[in-house]
Ligand binder design. Structure first.
Ligand SMILES: O=c1[nH]cnc2c1ncn2[C@H]1C[C@H](O)[C@@H](CO)O1
Length: 363
């Protein structure tokens, strides 16, 4: 497990682009909400629940995704809980020194109305996926006021639920000026690597409506999934993308295109996406090639990590320097899905905090 406490590897403002809201819920919150709602948990104490939810040793993506079953039913279908996890997310990110984050989630997985079947064996209620987006927005807005960290949402389609994808893109369109900045395709790449017609249609609609796009690809799947994400789904960023390196022609093409890769080193070890030996991690090549990438936690609850864990790993095992941490955060800001004016403001904040002349050629 990555170290959770101790000195910060990069004690300056940061930008995080790949973190799942539902993979970042506090265990304490899960236990408290379960108690309030009268839901029996598989483990009753906070420590036992934490132990159950954490991936301790490298496993598979499928096993890892199974962890969500332990707690999602507690938060889903509860207005107060949905708002609370969003608010607490902002607090956590602010403490980690993040000044801007893009948090992703599936609105359907937190809803209890308008879906057949309902996720997590819930009883029907009155919270639609649309209500979920509204509640998360409220939590993020209140969090921003309290903690001064800006958070925007990316709405996830899920590989195994192609029938939800058109609704996801419609929500992205509805909330484009209210908290939502992009669409994603998440879920188990190892089950099926083809863009189902439902996902393809949703991403075509995203292109048509100028909704920004990122896709989980090449995390555990082969480089062909990355190619498909770029060529078929028109992804502007790649979630993970480690296995792009198995197709050097594609890799070089994406370097030339300045494609942004959302890298999650701690996650990649525990999901079995990469060799558990960090000194052999694909990220080292991306760094040496001066690629465009960010460092991210992915699912900090399940990996028992913080953003600092990922920075520490990069520093300790991959020889990341302060210069590189600055460069990758500036790249994250340049590749974020904020409107141009807000992106410029974010970049200005970073340049100022890093003591960089705004037009310095090395950044
Ligand atoms: O690392 C991941 N790869 C693919 N899918 C993921 C990963 N982490 C979380 N997810 C899934 C499970 C969540 O419920 C969903 C939406 O956040 O996205």
């Amino acid at each position: 497990m990555a170290e959770k406490t101790g000195k910060s590897a990069f004690d300056k403002p940061k930008v995080e682009l790949h973190v799942h809201l539902d993979g970042a819920i506090r265990i304490k919150t899960i236990v408290e909400v379960a108690k309030r709602r009268g839901i029996t948990l598989p483990q009753s104490s906070e420590n036992e629940m934490r132990d159950l939810c954490i991936v301790h040793e490298p496993t598979t993506l499928t096993e890892f995704l199974g962890k969500f079953k332990n707690f999602m039913h507690v938060i889903a279908g509860d207005r107060e809980a949905i708002k609370r996890i969003a608010y607490e997310f902002v607090e956590t990110k602010a403490k980690e020194g993040v000044i801007y984050a893009e948090a992703r989630y599936s609105p359907q997985l937190l809803a209890n109305k308008g879906l057949d079947p309902l996720p997590w064996d819930q009883k029907p209620g009155d919270i639609t996926p649309d209500d979920v987006v509204d509640l998360v927005n409220q939590g993020f807005k209140e969090g921003e006021k309290a903690f001064k960290t800006k958070v925007r949402s990316i709405l996830c389609c899920l590989r195994h639920m192609p029938n939800w994808s058109m609704d996801v893109v419609e929500l992205c369109k509805k909330y484009r000026n209210d908290g939502v900045v992009a669409i994603d395709l998440a879920g188990d790449e190892s089950l099926n690597c083809e863009a189902y017609p439902g996902h393809k249609r949703a991403f075509e609609e995203a292109v048509r409506s100028e909704v920004h796009r990122t896709v989980h690809a090449g995390e555990v799947g082969p480089a062909s999934v990355v190619r498909e994400a770029v060529e078929v789904l028109k992804a502007e960023r790649i979630g993970h993308g480690y296995h792009t390196l198995e197709d050097l022609t594609l890799y070089k093409q994406l370097l030339q295109q300045n494609m942004h890769f959302e890298m999650c080193p701690v996650s990649s070890r525990l999901t079995g996406a990469c060799d558990p030996d960090f000194t052999k991690h694909p990220l080292i090549k991306f760094k040496n090639d001066k690629a465009n990438y960010s460092l991210n936690t992915d699912d900090p609850t399940i990996f028992n990590s913080t953003l600092n864990s990922d920075y520490k790993v990069a520093k300790k095992y991959m020889h990341f320097t302060e210069e590189e941490f600055k460069r990758l955060n500036i790249n994250a800001a340049k590749s974020c899905f904020l409107p141009a004016k807000e992106k410029d403001e974010l970049l200005k904040q970073l340049y100022k905090a890093y003591g960089i002349e705004q037009h310095s050629t090395s950044f």
